[in-house]
Design a protein around this ligand. Structure first.
Ligand code: NAD
Ligand code: UD1
Length: 339
């Protein structure tokens, strides 16, 4: 694999992955419509690495743009991050979510087939397991019933790609089920820059720390967990990005279709996250206990042993690294990329 097309490469996980691809001397073409990103992330990636990225501002649903990208560049593999990801918004705008995430992936795959590019890494999510039947979650478990259109769109794409591979086994596809990505590159130059008020815990905590938000609401303290608050498997985005490079190695072996959890295997509660962030940042996080958020599960964490065995991948960064790196990014860039 020499040249990689990264859809959604200007986004949070995409930019960290592009950085590692450049460090490993891949040629990188990014296709991103910037609906939830800024091209500034890629400029910073270029500054950090001293290498350049080919950036195409365009949409994965646009067949003309796709045709031009695949005609101009000799693409060996595609890492497909592009999509919409806000759970609450997906409930209000299901058609937009299915169109972007499902139709977008379908259009991308048709263009890949047309140009004979059959190596794909797809960003899936632990949300496809639905409400966990037992923990930790491993890949052999049946997928569940996602409670929102975002989660359903990920499950639909997993099914679509599985059928595609069944119909033509010259495709090599790796489905990566992410747990809870957090953290930022240690340079403090790139990180997560959500639009508006964050939905996810870590960006919310860090914006309370900078004073941008007044108080964190802890959604529920009466779950069946050690301290009553929700438990999740937080994974450093740099470890997660590295999993994509390992997935490219896997594609090169022509293994067909594989599914891997990318998580640490370790769950932390909301209160543990607050404490870890306070310790790493020296800031006090103002919080209150609030009612449960609808659709939340008590606990969710991965069994990451398959990825360790077959991808030769392990998460190596600690909770302290995650919190320190988020704080470094957030305190240097309190207004994100537009600061
Ligand atoms: P992100 O929003 O930062 O990145 C997605 C990128 O895709 C953005 O840069 C956006 O501008 C672009 N994009 C969206 N629709 C597009 C389209 N139609 N055409 C071209 N570009 C488009 O999100 P992220 O956190 O980096 O997530 C990347 C992928 O990982 C997504 O598919 C997401 O669903 C998945 N994922 C994320 C998480 C998470 O917690 N961040 C968890 C599980 C799975
Ligand atoms: C959420 C999505 C999931 C998606 C993932 C992306 C829901 C129901 N699930 O996962 O589909 O793949 O984001 O990262 O939205 N919390 C608070 N206060 C807050 C925010 C969160 O207490 O302001 C708690 C939650 O109740 C949960 C934990 O923090 O226990 C983590 O929440 P979050 O970061 O939103 O991730 P998930 O809910 O795991």
């Amino acid at each position: 694999m020499k040249t990689v097309l990264v859809t959604g490469g200007a986004g949070y996980i995409g930019s960290h992955t592009v950085l590692q691809l450049l460090e490993q001397n891949f040629s990188v073409v990014v296709l991103d419509n910037l609906v939830n990103a800024s091209a500034e992330s890629l400029r910073r990636v270029e500054n950090i690495t001293g290498k350049s990225v080919t950036f195409v501002q365009g949409d994965i649903r646009d067949t003309t743009v796709l045709d031009s990208v695949f005609s101009k560049h000799s693409i060996d593999a595609v890492i497909h991050f592009a999509g919409l990801k806000a759970v609450g918004e997906s409930v209000e705008k299901p058609l937009e979510y299915y169109e972007n995430n499902v139709y977008g992936t379908l259009t991308l795959c048709k263009a890949m087939r047309q140009h004979g590019v059959k190596n794909l890494v797809f960003s899936s999510s632990a949300t496809v397991y639905g409400d966990p039947v037992s923990l930790p979650l491993h890949e052999k478990m049946a997928t569940g019933q996602p409670t929102n259109p975002y989660g359903m769109s990920k499950l639909m794409v997993e099914h679509m790609l599985t059928d595609l591979h069944k119909s033509d086994d010259s495709w090599n596809i790796v489905l990566l089920r992410y747990f809870n990505p957090v953290g930022a590159h240690h340079s403090g130059q790139i990180g997560e820059d959500p639009n508006g008020i964050p939905n996810n815990l870590m960006p919310y905590i860090s914006q309370v720390a900078t004073g941008k938000l007044a108080q964190l609401s802890v959604f529920g303290d009466d779950y069946d967990t050690p301290d009553g608050t929700g438990v999740r498997d937080y994974i450093h985005v740099v470890d997660l990005a590295n999993g994509h490079l390992k997935a490219l190695d896997r594609l090169a072996l022509n293994m067909g279709l594989d599914v891997y959890n990318l998580g640490t295997g370790q769950g932390y509660s909301v209160l543990e996250m607050i404490k870890a962030f306070e310790d790493a940042s020296g800031q006090t996080i103002n919080y209150k206990i609030a009612p449960r958020r609808s659709g939340d599960v008590a606990a969710c964490y991965a069994d990451p042993t398959l990825a360790a065995k077959e991808l030769n991948w392990n998460a190596v960064k600690t909770l302290e690294d995650m919190c320190k790196d988020v704080w470094h990014w957030q305190s240097n860039n309190p207004m994100g990329y537009n600061g």
